[in-house]
Write a new protein. Structure first.
Length: 303
């Protein structure tokens, strides 16, 4: 289990007791986690570099700490949700982590998470890295579907599974402490690609007075949702190494039609800059023997 991902997402449950935990960082996301833990009945100590952000949470039952060191000392479980990895190091620099369980929900890179894990373990703490796959309004709302990827100490994860599941679902993705951060950024990268395509689509229709962007939006969302079925196929092809099986729209065919997309953009006075990098990759792959493939072969050009 340590080296493999768990496919099950644990949903929030109520604690049988009221264990205590500490949260460092009360930005929009940190505050959302704090509210969820308080609503679930947890005893919560909070600290933020700007004390004023804690006022509403204190009114809701959180205990304020005058310093990060005081906050860390208050609980066996310490959660950080700060701006970046440097902020985590700065906040914890003068704290005693011996015997603590440290869960870092700060967005960072794979290498930063690995280094932070080694740093925490050298200071006597168990470490778990988290990648939040949600926006603040989804936290504490199980039906919203938000969850957190966790990697690192599985013992720590199992010890605090119920606590970690109170704000959002949980998914343990292995013992490598960098894997939650990596998959977090990978999933978000896919999201940005989708949004880029949507932005281009809206730009194309925006100039037509008889096409309402609001009415066009459901068509776009439905189409993108339907086409997302190709993603599992790409994963299977990358796993097997066979990039041609099951392909219904080859790169060669799609490259041949690319000019229509570029001409339409020109007609609508829309910049093609969001499309041309994709078409360039497709063309390069097709011209080097991948014309019968689908999109999987493009991954090889990026690695």
């Amino acid at each position: 289990m340590t080296d493999t991902a768990s496919d099950a997402v644990s949903l929030p449950t109520s604690p049988s007791t009221s264990p205590s935990l500490t949260l460092l960082g009360l930005g929009a996301m940190g505050a959302a986690f704090a509210r969820a833990w308080l609503a679930a009945g947890y005893s919560l100590t909070v600290w933020n570099r700007t004390p004023g952000r804690a006022e509403a949470l204190i009114a809701a039952g959180a205990r304020p700490a005058a310093s990060a060191a005081e906050a860390v000392a208050a609980s066996p479980l310490v959660v950080t949700c700060l701006l970046d990895d440097a902020s985590v190091g700065g906040a914890l620099a003068d704290t005693d982590l011996v015997g603590k369980d440290l869960v870092d929900l700060t967005t960072g890179t794979l290498s930063q998470a690995r280094a932070r894990a080694a740093w925490a373990e050298a200071r006597g703490a168990r470490f778990l890295s988290g990648g939040i796959m949600a926006v603040p309004p989804m936290i504490g709302v199980p039906e919203a579907g938000g969850y957190v990827l966790y990697s690192g100490s599985q013992d720590l994860f199992e010890t605090h599974r119920t606590t970690l599941a109170a704000p959002a679902g949980t998914r343990f993705v292995g013992g490598n402490p960098g894997h939650a951060a990596l998959q977090d950024v990978a999933l978000l990268s896919g999201m940005y690609g989708m949004i880029a395509g949507a932005a281009h689509a809206f730009a194309l229709v925006r100039g037509e007075k008889d096409i309402s962007p609001a009415e066009f939006a459901p068509l776009l969302a439905g189409w993108v949702g339907a086409m997302s079925a190709v993603i599992p196929q790409i994963g299977q092809q990358l796993e097997s190494g066979d990039y041609e099986s099951g392909v219904t729209s080859s790169l060669a065919m799609q490259v041949a039609g690319a000019q229509t997309f570029l001409a339409t953009a020109q007609d609508q006075n829309v910049s093609p800059e969001l499309l041309t990098p994709v078409f360039d990759l497709m063309r390069r792959r097709a011209e080097t023997g991948g014309g019968r493939e689908g999109f999987a072969g493009m991954v090889d050009l990026l690695t």
